[in-house]
Design a protein around this ligand. Structure first.
Ligand code: DOR
Ligand code: ZN
Length: 354
């Protein structure tokens, strides 16, 4: 890594947790990711979700077709686990090099998760297959019991679901995605090398107050929801700690403005257009920019057993104001908008043009 106060050159990063959607949204958002990240794990929560090898192959094709000319980008596909999925599908998709991981959404935990898993015990045969073939399990770690306070759902998931799951499947490779609590940080860092966590840029930047700042602000609503300040501080410490069990996963989750600005606004923050710059801001503020490369470009491939990327990317200290919106052109040529994370704010770090 090449490093000064004004410039930093990193091994090209990967995004280990990304929502690209489909159709006109996919076409509008993909360039934001591919301009920076060499590979990304693609979430399968489409409507209908990606639950077959064929659906994953077709979705991968649509993603590849949307990559801008001259850019190298590899989508790493996932399968969406359901109660009645056959272990044979997992095995086939893995054997054919289609599935890179399997995503566990507890049913009704988040966007498009209605077909998710209702009972973790019931998918034991799926998890045993994954353990045997070495397919990682990517977890949305929240309980869905409406009696559990929404701010406690991650911590309770760890206690009630994750700990028993890990003891039943001790060789399973598991990533607890988009962690939001000090309990998750403490749990992941004291665990085995089979467990890691991704951390989003947004959970490093704001706490739950942002959702209620001057009114109800769905722009800051994502799942798991941002927690108290002490949790944000724990996440910042974890991300910048240099510990290999924490690595980059943006959870960039685009929703059209009309779906966010609604009486029942969707969960998700579109951050792909500023993600690396946003992480850089955090590492700079914490005085450990020299640790950004490991978090963004080394720990992820190491955990997943992939080579680190050969190319590099340079960030320079060049403040810029983040535009409010990304425009999405629909099939009928009308234009909709997606709000960008950090809209209207000034970020100090920018990607240098080569
Ligand atoms: O905020 C979120 N948005 N969290 C998720 O788990 C899903 C995502 C989405 O797909 O919109
Ligand atoms: Zn996600």
């Amino acid at each position: 890594m090449d490093f000064s106060n004004e410039k930093i050159t990193l091994v090209q990063p990967d995004d280990w947790h990304l929502h690209l959607r489909d159709g006109h949204i996919l076409n509008a958002v993909l360039a934001s990711t591919a301009r920076v990240f060499r590979r990304a794990i693609i979430m399968p929560n489409l409507l209908p979700p990606v639950t077959t090898v064929e659906a994953a192959i077709k979705y991968r094709r649509r993603i590849l077709a949307a990559i801008p000319e001259g850019i190298s980008f590899t989508p790493l596909m996932t399968i969406y686990l359901t109660d009645d999925l056959s272990p044979d599908v997992i095995e086939l998709g893995h054997k054919e090099g289609v599935f890179f991981g399997a995503k566990l959404y507890p049913a009704n935990s988040t966007t498009n998760s209605a077909d998710g898993v209702t009972d973790l015990q019931a998918i034991t045969p799926l998890l045993e297959t994954m353990e045997r073939i070495g397919l990682p399990l990517l977890i949305h770690g929240e309980v869905t019991d409406p009696d559990v306070d929404i701010f406690d759902r991650e911590a309770i998931f760890i206690e009630q679901k994750l700990i028993p799951l890990l003891s039943r499947h001790s060789s399973l490779k598991v990533v607890l995605e988009h962690i939001t609590t000090e309990q998750a940080v403490q749990f992941v860092e004291t665990c085995s090398s089979n467990l890691a966590a991704t951390i989003t840029p947004h959970h490093l930047h704001f706490n739950r107050n942002a959702m209620f700042d001057g009114g109800l602000r769905s722009d800051f609503y994502c799942l798991p929801v941002a927690k108290r300040e002490r949790h944000r501080i724990a996440l910042r410490k974890a991300a910048t700690s240099g510990k290999s069990c924490f690595f980059l996963g943006t959870d960039s989750a685009p929703h059209l403005r009309s779906y966010k600005e609604s009486s029942c606004g969707c969960a998700g923050i579109f951050n792909a257009s500023v993600a690396l710059e946003s992480y850089a801001e955090v590492f700079d503020e914490e005085g450990v920019l020299d640790r950004l490369e490991a978090f963004s470009s080394i720990f992820g491939p190491d955990f997943y057993g992939l080579p680190i990327n050969k190319n590099s990317i340079t960030l320079e200290k060049r403040p810029r104001v983040v535009p409010d919106f990304l425009e999405v052109r629909k099939a009928d040529n009308s234009v909709e908008k997606i709000l960008q994370f950090h809209a209207g704010e000034t970020l100090n770090w920018s990607i240098a043009s080569n």
